[in-house]
Design a protein. Structure first.
Length: 716
């Protein structure tokens, strides 16, 4: 064989091997995607019975046509703690049996009928191109992969037949058993597929080629492929946890020990092949495939009772580290099977929720007991939830790229649930901030508030436990209970401040003759003045708001109309010399009405600072005794909302309450009769008609309108 012939032979041989590997990849990848649910069910049936686990490993490998993929999945399951080492050892043995199916398929190439099977390549590709449904497309790719396997085998066989004499002369010179064993190890490690190496040997036998003298020599290569197939699992486990590395080592120990025993047997029995498989099966390809199956079954039968010994040896060789990374259910190896990866995401989601709830418990306990020492552990748990969340998001992104439409929906739901759980961690973070604030400012809560908070935390805990139980037990009958507890949490109890406000409102409406009058006022110049005051903020020492100007105007009007700056107890009207201005402040707990004492004696900046201070402390529930319920008139401003008009309710025993709506720009007639865009605001006054008549209310409106439309008078 000259250089040109050798080059052509190698090209044809490598081309056939490449086509074969493409066929195996198409077959494996698409079967894996179609059978992903069944694979999940298989691994979900893991048990302590060794034979069951052998069956799981064998069935999974036969299903996806790749012991490498199965072993990598087993390593992944061990890494995340789903499968223990004893179960993994039995599954790995089963996977070795399952992988012999590929060799049996390759052996069929010895029969003439398999030539017609090659047409599946065309039929499968055509089906994949024509069909729209994902399942049918994948089925087409499986058929194409099966066809390509036989096309590749035929190409390899034809290349060897064309140069049979030269190749045979080369192989006859190779008879060293150890060299043949190492060749099998090297070639399999190189292509990371024992099926590919075995199939090349089968193609050689179909071409009529023999190795060495034609005795046991070919079997030494088969033993070597078994050791070389461990490379995939070892590489996969190299960066994983301790137990995952042990699983990879168990695979290597099992395959190496089995190959060593059969190696010795074949050395001691040179006529083994002639006395057994050549007698039982006529075709050389079938003989090799049957030995491959026999070898793996025999090794499993021999070593299955010693799974515990393999585990102990692996534990001796790979020691446990003291500081192991926190357990995670996410493993990159699972991404090749979407349903398995989604199942692991669901477990990781539960781990995240447990961590978030623990953060909530610790954070609430720090708030409840005013214990600063619990803030750091809470923050640590919150950071851990953030890390788990980020890991899950990245994992879902990578999985989404490989998933079908139905699986995409599951991933979307998981992402939504992830956001809900992270809100628990945010609440825990808020608890630590509240703890610091309460302790720094020495805030004290009433027993009612403390009881409400404790009750709410208890219901949150009950809701979490019920939800978790419903998920783990897949019990939909618990969902109504979950909904009921959630309603208890979201229901706003009519107690405390809200109940007091409601009672006062009803008393006000029932025991006074309330009347509301309103008018529209041009506040264009007022807004312009406020803009100038904001520009001079650094000179004034505060930022004056529109509400500050309105309050200042009200104070001036009340000084001129003492009948409205008054209180009435049902019998006597008390007119006051100074304005005790009540401010309606909306808080999370309900409406609060703090009072600016002697507001009429304050400058604009003093009134602005007082209003800001009272409003802030009211929202933070830090008002002191005597700062509520002692006003002579109230101001209610809803201008920050899209409200034009309203009818405010009196705050007894006061006889008047001023209200201000939002500002809207609209065309308005000026005194000279021209039409121009102006900023208009609705102003309203609710008064007790028993002591304030309509004439007085009209005078109040007239004076207030004049001040608001001539705002420079407000600041004097």
């Amino acid at each position: 064989m000259n250089i040109a012939q050798l080059s052509l032979f190698l090209v044809r041989l490598l081309a056939g091997t490449g086509v074969f590997l493409v066929g195996v990849h198409l077959l494996t990848a698409n079967i894996e995607q179609l059978a992903t649910g069944r694979i999940k069910d298989l691994f979900g049936k893991t048990a302590d019975q060794r034979l069951v686990n052998v069956g799981i490993g064998a069935a999974a490998t036969a299903l996806i046509q790749s012991s490498g993929v199965t072993t990598v999945l087993i390593v992944g399951f061990v890494n995340v703690g789903v499968v223990n080492l004893y179960q993994a050892a039995a599954m790995i043995m089963g996977a070795n049996i399952g992988t012999t199916v590929t060799a049996q398929i390759a052996a069929l190439s010895a029969f003439p009928i398999t030539t017609y099977v090659q047409i599946l390549t065309f039929a499968g590709i055509l089906m994949a191109m024509a069909c729209k449904r994902d399942g049918l497309r994948r089925t087409g790719m499986i058929l194409a992969g099966l066809g390509l396997i036989f096309v590749g085998l035929a190409l390899m066989s034809d290349a060897m037949k064309a140069n049979r004499d030269a190749v045979q002369a080369l192989f006859e010179t190779v008879g060293n058993p150890l060299l043949l064993l190492l060749a099998g190890v090297f070639l399999t490690a190189l292509v990371q597929s024992s099926s590919a190496t075995t199939s090349v040997i089968i193609a050689m036998s179909v071409a009529g080629l023999t190795i060495g003298t034609g005795g046991n020599e070919v079997l030494y290569i088969i033993l070597g492929t078994n050791i070389g197939s461990c490379v995939t699992a070892l590489m996969s486990s190299a960066t994983a946890g301790v137990n995952a590395r042990r699983a990879g080592l168990i695979h290597l120990l099992f395959n190496t020990l089995g190959s060593a025993l059969f190696f010795v047997l074949l050395l001691l029995w040179p006529g083994f092949m002639d006395a057994t498989f050549r007698q039982w099966f006529p075709a050389p390809a079938t003989q090799i495939a049957m030995f491959h199956t026999f070898f793996n079954v025999a090794c499993t039968v021999m070593f299955l009772p010693f799974c515990g010994a393999f585990v102990r040896v692996s534990e001796l060789l790979i020691r446990e580290k003291k500081a192991e990374e926190p357990l995670s259910f996410l493993d990159e190896r699972m991404l090749s099977s979407s349903s398995l990866a989604i199942a692991q995401l669901e477990k990781e989601l539960l781990r995240l929720s447990d961590t978030a709830m623990e953060a909530f418990r610790t954070g609430f306990r720090s708030f409840q007991t005013r214990d600063r020492s619990l803030i750091a552990p809470t923050q640590e748990l919150i950071e851990r939830t953030g890390g788990i969340s980020q890991g899950m998001v990245g994992y879902m992104i990578r999985l989404s790229a490989k998933s079908k439409v139905a699986e995409e929906r599951s991933i979307t739901n998981l992402h939504s649930n992830l956001g809900d759980i992270m809100r628990i961690a945010e609440i825990a973070d808020n608890c630590t901030k509240y703890t610091q604030k309460v302790m720094d400012q020495e805030l004290v809560f009433s027993e009612t508030v403390q009881e409400d908070l404790t009750r709410m935390a208890g219901r949150v805990e009950a809701l979490y436990q019920l939800t978790k139980r419903a998920i783990l037990e897949k019990d939909q009958a618990l969902l109504p209970q979950v909904a009921a507890v959630e309603d208890e949490i979201t229901a706003i109890p009519w107690t405390g401040v809200r109940k007091t406000i409601a009672r006062n409102m009803m008393t006000s409406l029932q025991q006074s003759a309330q009347c509301t009058a309103m008018c529209e006022v041009d506040v264009t110049d007022l807004l312009a003045l406020r803009k100038k005051l904001v520009e001079g903020e650094e000179y004034l020492g505060c930022r004056v708001t529109v509400n500050d100007l309105l309050c200042m105007a009200v104070c001036k009007v009340l000084k001129k109309h003492p009948t409205v700056n008054a209180t009435f107890d049902g019998q006597t009207l008390y007119s006051h010399s100074h304005v005790q201005l009540s401010l309606a402040v909306a808080t999370d707990g309900g409406l609060m009405v703090p009072v600016i004492k002697n507001a009429d004696t304050l400058t604009l900046t003093e009134l602005s600072l007082a209003a800001r201070d009272l409003g802030l402390r009211a929202r933070e529930k830090r008002l002191r005794n005597g700062e509520q319920g002692c006003g002579t008139c109230t101001v209610s401003n809803v201008g920050m909302f899209p409200i034009d008009m309203s009818t405010p309710i009196l705050n007894p025993p006061e006889v008047g309450i001023f209200g201000f709506g939002r500002t809207t720009r609209k065309p308005s007639y000026l005194p000279d009769g021209t039409l121009a865009p102006r900023d208009m605001m609705w102003v309203y006054l609710t008064f007790d008609h028993r002591v304030v008549d309509g004439l007085e209310a009209g005078k109040v409106f007239k004076d207030l309108q004049y001040l608001l439309e001539h705002p420079q008078l407000i600041t004097i």
